[in-house]
Design a protein around this ligand. Sequence first.
Ligand code: ADP
Ligand code: MG
Length: 596
Amino acid sequence: MFKAFIRKYFKNFTYFYQYLRHRIFVVILLTFLFGAMDGLGLSMFLPLFQIAANKESGEATAAVEDNFLTNFFTSVGIEFSLLNMLILMVAFFSFKGLFYYIKSINDAKVSRYFIVSTRKNLLEKFSRLSFRYFIKSDVGAIQNLMTNEINNLLYAFRDYLIIIQKGVMVIVYMIFAFAMNAEFAILIILGGLLFNFIFQWLYKITMSASRKLVKESNNYQGTIIQLVSNFKYLKATGFVRDYAKRVTGNIESIESVNYRLAKIGSVTGAIREPILIFVVASVILLQVYVRDSALSTIIVSLLFFYRALTNVTDLQAQYNYFLGKVGTMENVASFSKDLDANREVNGKVNYEKLHSSLSFQNVTFAYGDHHIIKGINLDIAKNQTVALVGESGSGKSTMVNILAGLLNTNGGKYYINGESLENLDKYSFQKRVGYISQDTVIFNASIYNNVTLWAEKTPENLKRFEDAIHRAHLATFVGALPDKSDTLLGNNGINLSGGQKQRVSIARELFKEVDILILDEATSALDSETEKIIQENIDALKGQFTIIIIAHRLATVRNADKVVLMSDGQIIGSGDFEELKNSSLKFKKMVQLQEL
Ligand code: ADP
Ligand code: MG
């Protein structure tokens, strides 16, 4: 039970501690020093009151009551004169100012540290995420996490920082209150507990509403993103309004949760102060009529009491805000855990270039228990052009995903230059792989950056860029653009035709200086005229790269060194085009159907 208690109350602390380490204790120490200076400064009112009282009653020497402060002054021999007391007071408050300054600077520093390290951490992990995990995840949820949720996490952190500091301040004032008058301290604790008790159930409601909110808003983001990315289809088929209606449902349910959170906030705001004042009034009554305490002690104690309670109130309010973001923290934490668990496994052997072959030995691959690739043996020699053909769903794309090292085999081995892929540093290998599919990748950036992926504009890179666009037959097009290679592409710039996009993709891979060029139905989305031109571009690269090409239109693979016919995850025939046509009835039929 004790463990459960610790876990509940220190879960959040541990959460932030794992990022901040010793920094969190520096925050606590500085707040403590700041609070202590305030406490000491305020304590000076006690001797001041007593000096004033003595003056009025006409006594020469101050008969000061025993307390921790006066005892301390007596022991170090400071006289209880008005001047001494005022100088000390000014000194304490000056130190308070100094510590406030140091503390604020430190807060800003710690916030910056937290922001930078959480963002970097998540980005770092995401960039190492395995592709297999990525394709089965909800892209909308991931986008929401990496943009909105990470922002919310920072707000949660700021709240928590304030909570810690308010908490420390409460403790400091309680220590002073204890030192002044132990009875008061007990009353403070009782008051705080009463207060806490009343608000406890409100937190519970806020917490579950906040979790629901995060879930709904992930849903919402996902649907919106799909609406936008599939807009053309939805529009063309008249589904766009029905789809938008689904989104409307989401909006309403998010806003009703938001409304509930706001209602709870209103209740909390309305009843906080009356309850607080009620507690204070009870304490005064108790002290004056029941305990018969001295007025000066009561005033100074009340001062601490009041400050402590103000801090408790602030803390409660801040805690309430904070709880609204607990869903976020849990979400980011579980995402971060998923990223860790699905980290790409990577070997150590550095890959430089392809010098012998790519080789599959009895390779199998499955999604869960859905077997996609069923024992494939295939050799692709350096600079060979190999075509994969077969009906859709036969596993061609999966094959090239494995070849590119995006997906790992479930059984069998994949050798590159005779070295098993699992021993290779995948990043060094993938740096030499070019991948072009029908979903062209165009960034919101200049044509130069689209091709070079933000390579520095050195004379050497500029030359390579020129060379790449020449070989991709883009040079004339780029030359005619208003800003030449600085012309912006994508949403914020000019929109390219399908064929131009494909040529940009080709130029990108040529700039990259790859060994292996993978083309997965790269030209299937294009009209046959454009396809022909692109195909000629690709044909011109034959023999210079190791090319693996998946093509729907068989005419495009006529010149391949080897054509591999796939069916249901297996190879059912291979050879050059003519050989395969003679040896495989199925391939012959496919060729005849396309009237070649
Ligand atoms: P092809 O490119 O030959 O059309 P694919 O390699 O894309 O075929 O797909 C092969 C099989 O794998 C298909 O049956 C498809 O349904 C299945 N498949 C593809 N991607 C996934 C996925 N992410 N999860 C589960 N099954 C998948
Ligand atoms: Mg495919």
